[in-house]
Design a protein around this ligand. Sequence first.
Ligand code: SAH
Length: 424
Amino acid sequence: MTTIYLKPHKEESLKRFHPWVFSGAIAKVVLDASHQASTPEEGELVCVRSSANECLGVGHWQVGSIAVRILAFGEEALPAHFWNERLRAAYQVREAIGLIREPNSDPALKGRENNTFRLVHGEGDFLPGLIVDVYADTAVVQAHSAGMHVCRNEIAKAILEEVPQVKHVYYKSDDTLPFKAPIEGDRVGWLINGGNGDVSLNGANGETDEFWSVENGLSFRIDWLRGQKTGFFIDQRENRALVERYAKDKDVLNMFCYTGGFSLYALRGGAKTVDSVDVSQKAIDLVNINVTHNFPKAKNHTAVAADAFEYLTAQKAQNRTFDLIILDPPAFAKHRDAVKNALRGYQRINAKAIEMIRPGGILFTFSCSQAVDKEAFRLAVFSAAAQVGRKVRILHQLHQPQDHPINIYHPEGEYLKGLVLYVE
Ligand code: SAH
Protein backbone atom coordinates (compact mmCIF):
# COMPACT_ATOMS: atom_id res chain seq x y z
CA MET A 1 0.00 0.00 0.00
CA THR A 2 1.12 3.56 -0.66
CA THR A 3 2.36 5.36 2.47
CA ILE A 4 1.96 9.06 3.22
CA TYR A 5 4.48 10.50 5.69
CA LEU A 6 3.51 13.67 7.54
CA LYS A 7 5.71 16.59 8.50
CA PRO A 8 6.73 16.77 12.19
CA HIS A 9 3.83 17.65 14.56
CA LYS A 10 1.25 17.37 11.77
CA GLU A 11 -0.06 14.14 13.33
CA GLU A 12 -1.67 15.94 16.26
CA SER A 13 -5.11 16.54 14.77
CA LEU A 14 -5.26 12.91 13.57
CA LYS A 15 -4.49 11.74 17.09
CA ARG A 16 -7.56 13.71 18.15
CA PHE A 17 -9.56 11.79 15.51
CA HIS A 18 -10.03 14.65 13.07
CA PRO A 19 -10.29 12.70 9.79
CA TRP A 20 -8.68 15.08 7.27
CA VAL A 21 -5.05 15.26 6.17
CA PHE A 22 -4.35 18.54 4.38
CA SER A 23 -1.92 18.47 1.47
CA GLY A 24 0.34 20.99 3.25
CA ALA A 25 0.91 18.51 6.11
CA ILE A 26 2.52 15.89 3.87
CA ALA A 27 6.31 15.43 3.89
CA LYS A 28 6.57 12.62 1.34
CA VAL A 29 4.56 10.02 -0.54
CA VAL A 30 6.05 6.56 -0.97
CA LEU A 31 4.22 4.71 -3.71
CA ASP A 32 3.87 0.94 -3.68
CA ALA A 33 5.26 -1.16 -6.52
CA SER A 34 1.98 -1.28 -8.48
CA HIS A 35 2.19 2.36 -9.62
CA GLN A 36 3.18 3.52 -13.08
CA ALA A 37 2.44 7.18 -12.38
CA SER A 38 4.31 9.35 -9.90
CA THR A 39 1.32 10.04 -7.62
CA PRO A 40 -1.29 7.85 -5.95
CA GLU A 41 -4.46 7.22 -7.92
CA GLU A 42 -7.61 9.21 -7.21
CA GLY A 43 -9.52 7.41 -4.47
CA GLU A 44 -6.73 4.97 -3.68
CA LEU A 45 -6.50 3.59 -0.15
CA VAL A 46 -3.31 4.88 1.53
CA CYS A 47 -1.66 4.42 4.93
CA VAL A 48 -0.75 7.59 6.84
CA ARG A 49 2.31 7.70 9.14
CA SER A 50 3.81 10.38 11.38
CA SER A 51 7.34 11.72 10.90
CA ALA A 52 8.35 9.21 13.62
CA ASN A 53 6.84 6.39 11.49
CA GLU A 54 3.87 5.81 13.79
CA CYS A 55 0.86 4.33 11.98
CA LEU A 56 -2.01 6.87 12.17
CA GLY A 57 -4.61 5.22 9.97
CA VAL A 58 -5.83 4.38 6.47
CA GLY A 59 -7.91 6.57 4.23
CA HIS A 60 -8.84 7.67 0.73
CA TRP A 61 -6.35 9.72 -1.28
CA GLN A 62 -7.55 12.62 -3.43
CA VAL A 63 -5.96 15.52 -5.30
CA GLY A 64 -6.97 18.73 -3.52
CA SER A 65 -6.44 20.57 -0.28
CA ILE A 66 -7.86 17.64 1.72
CA ALA A 67 -5.43 14.98 0.48
CA VAL A 68 -6.55 12.06 2.65
CA ARG A 69 -9.83 11.30 4.41
CA ILE A 70 -9.21 8.78 7.18
CA LEU A 71 -11.57 5.81 7.32
CA ALA A 72 -9.94 3.80 10.12
CA PHE A 73 -7.64 5.35 12.73
CA GLY A 74 -4.61 3.37 13.92
CA GLU A 75 -4.99 0.71 11.19
CA GLU A 76 -2.53 -0.17 8.43
CA ALA A 77 -5.26 -1.58 6.17
CA LEU A 78 -9.07 -1.47 6.12
CA PRO A 79 -10.35 -3.98 8.67
CA ALA A 80 -12.27 -7.00 7.33
CA HIS A 81 -16.01 -6.32 6.85
CA PHE A 82 -15.35 -2.59 7.18
CA TRP A 83 -18.30 -1.40 5.04
CA ASN A 84 -20.79 -3.80 6.59
CA GLU A 85 -19.72 -2.83 10.09
CA ARG A 86 -19.85 0.93 9.53
CA LEU A 87 -23.22 0.73 7.77
CA ARG A 88 -24.65 -1.55 10.44
CA ALA A 89 -23.52 0.90 13.12
CA ALA A 90 -25.13 3.79 11.23
CA TYR A 91 -28.38 1.88 10.83
CA GLN A 92 -28.44 0.82 14.48
CA VAL A 93 -28.26 4.44 15.63
CA ARG A 94 -31.28 5.41 13.49
CA GLU A 95 -33.17 2.41 14.80
CA ALA A 96 -32.16 2.94 18.43
CA ILE A 97 -33.39 6.55 18.43
CA GLY A 98 -36.77 5.48 17.09
CA LEU A 99 -36.53 7.17 13.71
CA ILE A 100 -37.57 4.18 11.63
CA ARG A 101 -41.31 3.61 11.93
CA GLU A 102 -42.45 1.61 8.93
CA PRO A 103 -46.03 2.36 7.87
CA ASN A 104 -48.27 -0.44 9.19
CA SER A 105 -51.73 -0.89 10.60
CA ASP A 106 -50.82 0.02 14.20
CA PRO A 107 -53.19 2.88 15.11
CA ALA A 108 -50.73 4.14 17.74
CA LEU A 109 -48.37 4.98 14.87
CA LYS A 110 -50.89 7.04 12.92
CA GLY A 111 -49.34 10.27 11.68
CA ARG A 112 -45.88 9.24 12.91
CA GLU A 113 -44.96 6.63 10.30
CA ASN A 114 -41.49 7.33 8.98
CA ASN A 115 -39.37 5.56 6.37
CA THR A 116 -37.42 8.64 5.24
CA PHE A 117 -34.07 9.11 6.96
CA ARG A 118 -30.40 9.83 6.41
CA LEU A 119 -28.49 6.61 6.93
CA VAL A 120 -24.97 8.01 6.53
CA HIS A 121 -23.95 11.61 7.20
CA GLY A 122 -20.28 11.63 6.15
CA GLU A 123 -17.86 12.35 8.97
CA GLY A 124 -20.80 12.27 11.41
CA ASP A 125 -20.99 8.52 10.76
CA PHE A 126 -17.20 8.06 10.48
CA LEU A 127 -17.47 7.73 6.69
CA PRO A 128 -15.96 10.95 5.32
CA GLY A 129 -17.13 11.71 1.78
CA LEU A 130 -20.27 9.53 1.89
CA ILE A 131 -23.94 10.48 2.11
CA VAL A 132 -26.74 7.90 2.03
CA ASP A 133 -30.41 8.85 2.23
CA VAL A 134 -33.13 6.20 2.53
CA TYR A 135 -36.56 6.66 0.97
CA ALA A 136 -38.87 3.73 1.71
CA ASP A 137 -37.19 0.75 -0.03
CA THR A 138 -34.57 2.78 -1.92
CA ALA A 139 -31.22 4.17 -0.77
CA VAL A 140 -29.70 7.08 -2.66
CA VAL A 141 -25.89 7.19 -2.39
CA GLN A 142 -23.92 10.38 -2.94
CA ALA A 143 -20.12 10.40 -3.10
CA HIS A 144 -18.30 13.61 -2.18
CA SER A 145 -14.85 12.06 -2.57
CA ALA A 146 -13.10 10.06 -5.27
CA GLY A 147 -12.55 7.24 -2.78
CA MET A 148 -16.24 6.77 -2.09
CA HIS A 149 -16.88 6.76 -5.85
CA VAL A 150 -14.31 3.97 -6.30
CA CYS A 151 -16.02 1.97 -3.50
CA ARG A 152 -19.62 2.61 -4.63
CA ASN A 153 -20.45 -0.99 -5.50
CA GLU A 154 -19.09 -2.39 -2.23
CA ILE A 155 -21.08 0.28 -0.37
CA ALA A 156 -24.29 -0.58 -2.24
CA LYS A 157 -23.87 -4.28 -1.46
CA ALA A 158 -23.28 -3.56 2.24
CA ILE A 159 -26.39 -1.29 2.38
CA LEU A 160 -28.49 -4.08 0.91
CA GLU A 161 -27.14 -6.54 3.46
CA GLU A 162 -27.45 -4.28 6.50
CA VAL A 163 -30.65 -2.30 5.98
CA PRO A 164 -33.63 -4.65 5.95
CA GLN A 165 -36.03 -2.32 4.11
CA VAL A 166 -33.66 -1.37 1.28
CA LYS A 167 -34.06 -3.26 -2.01
CA HIS A 168 -32.73 -0.70 -4.48
CA VAL A 169 -29.67 1.52 -4.44
CA TYR A 170 -29.39 4.55 -6.72
CA TYR A 171 -26.21 6.57 -7.27
CA LYS A 172 -26.40 10.35 -7.59
CA SER A 173 -22.97 11.99 -7.60
CA ASP A 174 -23.05 14.19 -10.69
CA ASP A 175 -23.05 17.40 -8.61
CA THR A 176 -20.85 16.29 -5.75
CA LEU A 177 -17.76 14.59 -7.13
CA PRO A 178 -14.70 16.82 -7.23
CA PHE A 179 -14.24 18.16 -10.71
CA LYS A 180 -10.48 17.70 -10.53
CA ALA A 181 -10.79 13.95 -10.25
CA PRO A 182 -10.25 12.03 -13.50
CA ILE A 183 -12.28 9.09 -12.29
CA GLU A 184 -13.90 6.29 -14.21
CA GLY A 185 -17.45 5.02 -14.13
CA ASP A 186 -20.92 6.54 -14.25
CA ARG A 187 -21.70 9.23 -11.71
CA VAL A 188 -25.46 8.61 -11.91
CA GLY A 189 -27.56 5.45 -12.20
CA TRP A 190 -28.70 2.32 -10.41
CA LEU A 191 -26.11 0.40 -8.42
CA ILE A 192 -28.70 -2.19 -7.45
CA ASN A 193 -32.20 -2.19 -8.90
CA GLY A 194 -34.45 -4.93 -7.58
CA GLY A 195 -32.14 -6.70 -5.16
CA ASN A 196 -33.47 -9.94 -3.68
CA GLY A 197 -35.09 -10.72 -7.02
CA ASP A 198 -37.78 -8.06 -6.55
CA VAL A 199 -39.03 -6.28 -9.61
CA SER A 200 -38.51 -2.59 -9.05
CA LEU A 201 -41.19 0.04 -9.35
CA ASN A 202 -38.58 2.32 -10.76
CA GLY A 203 -37.59 3.00 -14.35
CA ALA A 204 -34.29 1.75 -15.72
CA ASN A 205 -32.88 5.26 -15.89
CA GLY A 206 -33.96 6.19 -12.39
CA GLU A 207 -37.34 7.75 -13.20
CA THR A 208 -39.61 7.60 -10.19
CA ASP A 209 -43.04 8.58 -11.40
CA GLU A 210 -44.89 6.75 -8.66
CA PHE A 211 -42.32 6.76 -5.90
CA TRP A 212 -43.50 7.87 -2.45
CA SER A 213 -41.69 8.05 0.85
CA VAL A 214 -43.27 8.77 4.23
CA GLU A 215 -42.04 11.36 6.74
CA ASN A 216 -43.95 11.58 10.02
CA GLY A 217 -47.07 10.22 8.33
CA LEU A 218 -46.93 12.63 5.37
CA SER A 219 -46.19 11.23 1.90
CA PHE A 220 -43.68 12.87 -0.42
CA ARG A 221 -42.96 12.14 -4.07
CA ILE A 222 -39.21 11.76 -4.35
CA ASP A 223 -37.50 12.49 -7.67
CA TRP A 224 -33.80 11.78 -7.19
CA LEU A 225 -33.17 11.82 -10.93
CA ARG A 226 -34.26 15.40 -11.58
CA GLY A 227 -34.52 16.68 -8.03
CA GLN A 228 -31.99 18.56 -5.92
CA LYS A 229 -29.44 16.74 -3.74
CA THR A 230 -30.64 13.16 -3.25
CA GLY A 231 -34.22 14.25 -4.03
CA PHE A 232 -35.43 15.65 -0.70
CA PHE A 233 -34.24 17.76 2.25
CA ILE A 234 -34.49 15.28 5.11
CA ASP A 235 -32.60 17.66 7.38
CA GLN A 236 -35.63 19.86 8.08
CA ARG A 237 -37.83 17.04 9.44
CA GLU A 238 -37.85 18.11 13.11
CA ASN A 239 -38.16 21.80 12.23
CA ARG A 240 -41.12 21.06 9.96
CA ALA A 241 -42.78 19.26 12.90
CA LEU A 242 -42.32 22.44 14.96
CA VAL A 243 -44.06 24.51 12.25
CA GLU A 244 -47.01 22.13 12.53
CA ARG A 245 -47.31 23.04 16.22
CA TYR A 246 -47.50 26.77 15.46
CA ALA A 247 -49.63 26.70 12.31
CA LYS A 248 -53.20 26.53 13.64
CA ASP A 249 -55.46 29.19 12.11
CA LYS A 250 -52.46 31.04 10.68
CA ASP A 251 -51.82 32.54 7.27
CA VAL A 252 -48.52 30.84 6.41
CA LEU A 253 -45.94 31.77 3.79
CA ASN A 254 -43.36 29.06 2.95
CA MET A 255 -40.49 30.69 1.05
CA PHE A 256 -37.96 28.46 -0.75
CA CYS A 257 -40.46 25.64 -0.35
CA TYR A 258 -38.83 23.07 -2.70
CA THR A 259 -41.25 20.09 -2.70
CA GLY A 260 -43.40 21.62 0.04
CA GLY A 261 -42.12 19.98 3.23
CA PHE A 262 -43.03 22.84 5.55
CA SER A 263 -46.30 23.47 3.67
CA LEU A 264 -47.61 19.96 4.28
CA TYR A 265 -46.89 20.16 8.01
CA ALA A 266 -48.54 23.61 8.19
CA LEU A 267 -51.65 22.25 6.45
CA ARG A 268 -51.80 19.29 8.82
CA GLY A 269 -51.39 21.70 11.74
CA GLY A 270 -54.58 23.50 10.71
CA ALA A 271 -53.24 26.57 8.94
CA LYS A 272 -55.91 28.90 7.56
CA THR A 273 -53.97 29.41 4.30
CA VAL A 274 -50.57 28.29 3.03
CA ASP A 275 -48.64 29.99 0.23
CA SER A 276 -45.62 28.10 -1.15
CA VAL A 277 -42.96 29.86 -3.22
CA ASP A 278 -39.90 28.52 -5.06
CA VAL A 279 -37.99 29.72 -8.11
CA SER A 280 -38.09 26.24 -9.63
CA GLN A 281 -41.26 25.33 -11.57
CA LYS A 282 -40.35 21.63 -11.20
CA ALA A 283 -40.37 22.07 -7.42
CA ILE A 284 -43.74 23.84 -7.57
CA ASP A 285 -45.21 20.99 -9.65
CA LEU A 286 -44.08 18.57 -6.95
CA VAL A 287 -45.55 20.74 -4.17
CA ASN A 288 -48.91 20.58 -5.91
CA ILE A 289 -48.67 16.81 -6.36
CA ASN A 290 -47.75 16.39 -2.67
CA VAL A 291 -50.52 18.65 -1.38
CA THR A 292 -53.18 16.95 -3.52
CA HIS A 293 -51.98 13.50 -2.45
CA ASN A 294 -52.03 14.26 1.28
CA PHE A 295 -54.94 16.72 1.42
CA PRO A 296 -57.17 15.98 -1.58
CA LYS A 297 -59.81 18.45 -0.39
CA ALA A 298 -57.52 21.35 0.51
CA LYS A 299 -58.60 24.64 -1.04
CA ASN A 300 -56.37 26.81 1.12
CA HIS A 301 -53.02 26.15 -0.58
CA THR A 302 -51.41 28.22 -3.35
CA ALA A 303 -48.06 27.49 -5.01
CA VAL A 304 -46.15 30.06 -7.05
CA ALA A 305 -42.92 29.78 -9.06
CA ALA A 306 -41.08 33.07 -8.40
CA ASP A 307 -37.82 34.55 -7.23
CA ALA A 308 -38.02 35.07 -3.48
CA PHE A 309 -36.78 38.67 -3.43
CA GLU A 310 -39.10 39.73 -6.25
CA TYR A 311 -42.04 37.88 -4.70
CA LEU A 312 -41.60 39.51 -1.29
CA THR A 313 -41.23 42.95 -2.86
CA ALA A 314 -44.42 42.46 -4.89
CA GLN A 315 -46.39 41.22 -1.87
CA LYS A 316 -45.19 44.15 0.21
CA ALA A 317 -46.36 46.54 -2.51
CA GLN A 318 -49.84 45.03 -2.11
CA ASN A 319 -49.63 45.40 1.69
CA ARG A 320 -49.88 41.66 2.20
CA THR A 321 -48.96 40.32 5.64
CA PHE A 322 -48.68 36.85 7.21
CA ASP A 323 -48.89 35.25 10.66
CA LEU A 324 -46.08 32.78 10.04
CA ILE A 325 -43.27 32.94 7.50
CA ILE A 326 -40.66 30.25 6.79
CA LEU A 327 -37.39 31.25 5.11
CA ASP A 328 -35.24 28.28 4.12
CA PRO A 329 -32.94 29.56 1.36
CA PRO A 330 -30.20 27.56 -0.36
CA ALA A 331 -26.66 28.00 1.02
CA PHE A 332 -25.83 31.65 0.28
CA ALA A 333 -22.13 30.94 1.02
CA LYS A 334 -20.67 27.78 -0.46
CA HIS A 335 -17.12 28.88 0.48
CA ARG A 336 -15.44 30.97 3.18
CA ASP A 337 -14.68 33.81 0.77
CA ALA A 338 -18.38 34.25 0.02
CA VAL A 339 -19.38 34.73 3.67
CA LYS A 340 -19.59 38.53 3.60
CA ASN A 341 -21.98 38.59 0.68
CA ALA A 342 -23.97 35.74 2.16
CA LEU A 343 -24.48 37.65 5.41
CA ARG A 344 -25.75 40.63 3.44
CA GLY A 345 -28.14 38.29 1.60
CA TYR A 346 -29.44 36.83 4.89
CA GLN A 347 -29.95 40.31 6.31
CA ARG A 348 -31.82 41.48 3.21
CA ILE A 349 -34.20 38.54 2.94
CA ASN A 350 -34.88 38.47 6.69
CA ALA A 351 -35.62 42.20 6.76
CA LYS A 352 -38.12 41.73 3.94
CA ALA A 353 -39.82 38.88 5.81
CA ILE A 354 -39.88 40.59 9.23
CA GLU A 355 -41.57 43.61 7.63
CA MET A 356 -44.43 41.40 6.45
CA ILE A 357 -45.16 39.61 9.73
CA ARG A 358 -48.32 40.66 11.53
CA PRO A 359 -47.92 41.80 15.14
CA GLY A 360 -47.59 38.65 17.28
CA GLY A 361 -46.50 36.61 14.28
CA ILE A 362 -43.67 34.14 13.91
CA LEU A 363 -40.66 33.79 11.61
CA PHE A 364 -38.81 30.52 11.07
CA THR A 365 -35.50 31.50 9.49
CA PHE A 366 -32.66 29.18 8.46
CA SER A 367 -29.16 29.06 7.06
CA CYS A 368 -27.66 25.85 5.68
CA SER A 369 -24.32 27.49 4.79
CA GLN A 370 -21.63 25.58 6.65
CA ALA A 371 -19.28 28.56 6.27
CA VAL A 372 -21.70 30.89 8.13
CA ASP A 373 -21.63 29.95 11.81
CA LYS A 374 -24.48 30.30 14.34
CA GLU A 375 -23.23 33.61 15.73
CA ALA A 376 -22.73 35.20 12.32
CA PHE A 377 -26.19 34.10 11.20
CA ARG A 378 -27.78 35.41 14.37
CA LEU A 379 -26.01 38.72 13.87
CA ALA A 380 -27.38 38.97 10.30
CA VAL A 381 -30.92 38.33 11.59
CA PHE A 382 -30.37 40.82 14.42
CA SER A 383 -29.31 43.43 11.84
CA ALA A 384 -32.45 42.68 9.83
CA ALA A 385 -34.71 43.14 12.87
CA ALA A 386 -32.95 46.39 13.82
CA GLN A 387 -33.21 47.66 10.24
CA VAL A 388 -36.99 47.11 10.25
CA GLY A 389 -37.30 48.40 13.83
CA ARG A 390 -39.60 45.67 15.17
CA LYS A 391 -39.42 44.14 18.65
CA VAL A 392 -38.15 40.60 18.08
CA ARG A 393 -37.53 37.73 20.51
CA ILE A 394 -35.94 34.31 19.94
CA LEU A 395 -38.30 31.45 20.85
CA HIS A 396 -36.21 28.52 19.57
CA GLN A 397 -32.73 27.94 18.24
CA LEU A 398 -32.88 25.12 15.73
CA HIS A 399 -30.31 22.84 14.14
CA GLN A 400 -29.81 19.72 12.08
CA PRO A 401 -31.62 16.56 13.25
CA GLN A 402 -30.32 13.42 14.88
CA ASP A 403 -29.76 11.50 11.64
CA HIS A 404 -27.30 14.25 10.60
CA PRO A 405 -25.00 13.77 13.60
CA ILE A 406 -21.93 15.91 14.24
CA ASN A 407 -18.75 13.97 14.95
CA ILE A 408 -17.42 15.73 18.05
CA TYR A 409 -13.88 15.62 16.60
CA HIS A 410 -15.10 17.21 13.35
CA PRO A 411 -17.04 20.38 14.26
CA GLU A 412 -17.12 21.33 10.55
CA GLY A 413 -20.02 18.86 10.30
CA GLU A 414 -22.38 21.42 11.84
CA TYR A 415 -24.16 23.33 9.07
CA LEU A 416 -27.90 23.83 9.57
CA LYS A 417 -29.06 26.48 12.00
CA GLY A 418 -32.34 28.24 12.46
CA LEU A 419 -34.13 30.74 14.67
CA VAL A 420 -37.80 30.94 15.51
CA LEU A 421 -38.66 34.58 16.20
CA TYR A 422 -41.65 36.17 17.83
CA VAL A 423 -42.26 39.50 16.15
CA GLU A 424 -44.34 42.13 18.02
N1 SAH B 1 -37.55 24.17 2.55
C1 SAH B 1 -37.28 23.11 1.59
C2 SAH B 1 -35.84 23.08 1.13
C3 SAH B 1 -35.34 24.37 0.49
S1 SAH B 1 -33.94 24.17 -0.49
C4 SAH B 1 -37.73 21.79 2.16
O1 SAH B 1 -38.16 21.75 3.32
O2 SAH B 1 -37.66 20.79 1.45
C5 SAH B 1 -33.82 25.73 -1.23
C6 SAH B 1 -34.81 26.01 -2.34
O3 SAH B 1 -34.66 27.37 -2.74
C7 SAH B 1 -34.63 25.19 -3.62
O4 SAH B 1 -35.82 24.48 -3.86
C8 SAH B 1 -34.39 26.23 -4.73
O5 SAH B 1 -35.07 25.93 -5.94
C9 SAH B 1 -34.98 27.49 -4.11
N2 SAH B 1 -34.41 28.75 -4.59
C10 SAH B 1 -33.13 29.04 -4.91
N3 SAH B 1 -33.00 30.34 -5.23
C11 SAH B 1 -34.24 30.90 -5.12
C12 SAH B 1 -34.75 32.22 -5.32
N4 SAH B 1 -33.95 33.21 -5.69
N5 SAH B 1 -36.05 32.43 -5.09
C13 SAH B 1 -36.86 31.42 -4.70
N6 SAH B 1 -36.43 30.16 -4.51
C14 SAH B 1 -35.13 29.90 -4.71
